[in-house]
Design a protein around this ligand. Structure first.
Ligand code: CP
Length: 313
């Protein structure tokens, strides 16, 4: 199986597969474009078309092999605002779920649609789709990464606090796929990333060197500009691990006491969905540091910019 980088280097398509394999200049273009597009349609009804309709005449396939609220709705609405059309496909309803290869599915879909977004389990599925598609492919989350989410997170931070370069971002909890994309972003956008969590839930080794670990959460958040957490049990984790993970992670809950140890004007983010009063208290989620609903909204604007970048429109 080829790597993300080798596919992006050898395949003529402009895929959006990961943050660390997308050039920092392109990432910056996407964020700037997202901010401009958001400003341009401020106050409009959600279903009103953008003035320029850059996706007019384009058909986009949105494939989901896992549940989704934000990714599904924001991509669908985003395509429509840009004048394009969507079809939302469930993996289990397609021949993909009944033995047709990913490669054949990619070749066939490329004859019908102009862009494919896929949320799947194994990264290998995303890569096989990208290798064989003759249209751009976007990573809508795998067990390893969630790059669209982190583009929205960077956009949200900068919207509230200016450039993220040189800032201190602290992740408290499980070293999961969302953390992995934060780690990739730390290098590309040049911010400092600290992981605080229990050793058994450390991030995967491929991320070594992209962040530092501070086991004590109180020490970790000192001087933090942004504190982030995520659900303690991800979609791909076995539910049998739930109780053990709760015991391991209880000390890493983001609550008012922890936020008080960060900078007074620090932000709090969570990609959602959240289990309120597990990984973060409602007091923090609904409190003055929290930008979680701006973060959710910015999925829409960031992904519109990603789609434009992929299609060159
Ligand atoms: N944050 C996120 O990806 O949300 P959904 O799982 O609802 O798409």
């Amino acid at each position: 199986m080829p790597s993300v980088l080798s596919i992006q280097e050898t395949n003529a398509m402009t895929h959006f597969l990961d943050i660390h394999t997308t050039a920092p200049t392109d990432l910056r273009t996407i964020i700037d474009d997202a901010q401009s597009m958001k400003k341009a349609r401020a106050g409009r009804p959600k279903g009103q078309l953008d003035d320029d309709q850059p996706l007019a005449g384009h058909m986009v396939a949105l494939i989901f092999e896992k549940p989704s609220t934000r990714t599904r709705v924001s991509f669908d609405v985003g395509v429509r605002q840009m004048g394009g059309q969507t079809m939302v496909l469930s993996g289990s309803d397609m021949q993909l779920g009944h033995g047709e290869t990913i490669a054949d599915t990619a070749r066939v879909l490329s004859r019908y649609v102009d862009l494919i977004m896929i949320r799947t389990f194994e990264e290998a599925t995303l890569l096989e789709m990208a290798e064989h598609a003759t249209v751009p492919v976007i990573n809508g989350l795998t067990n390893r990464t969630h790059p669209c989410q982190i583009m929205a997170d960077v956009m949200t931070f900068e919207e509230h606090r200016g450039p993220i370069k040189g800032k201190k971002v602290v992740w408290s909890g499980d070293g999961n796929n969302v953390f992995a994309s934060f780690a990739h972003a730390a290098k590309q956008f040049e911010f400092d990333l600290v992981f605080t969590g229990p050793e058994p839930l450390d991030p995967e080794r491929s991320l070594d060197g992209l962040y530092t670990t501070v086991r004590n959460p109180d020490e970790a958040v000192a001087n933090a500009d942004l504190v982030v957490t995520d659900t303690w049990v991800s979609m791909h984790d076995p539910q049998s691990a739930r109780e053990r993970r709760h015991n391991q992670l209880r000390g890493y809950q983001v609550n008012a006491d922890l936020m008080a140890k960060s900078k007074p004007d620090s932000l709090f983010m969570h990609c959602l969905p959240a289990h309120r009063d597990d990984e973060a208290t409602s007091e923090v989620m609904d409190g003055p540091h929290s930008v979680i609903f701006d973060e959710a909204e910015n999925r829409l604007h960031a992904q519109k910019a990603i789609m434009r970048w992929c299609l060159g429109v």
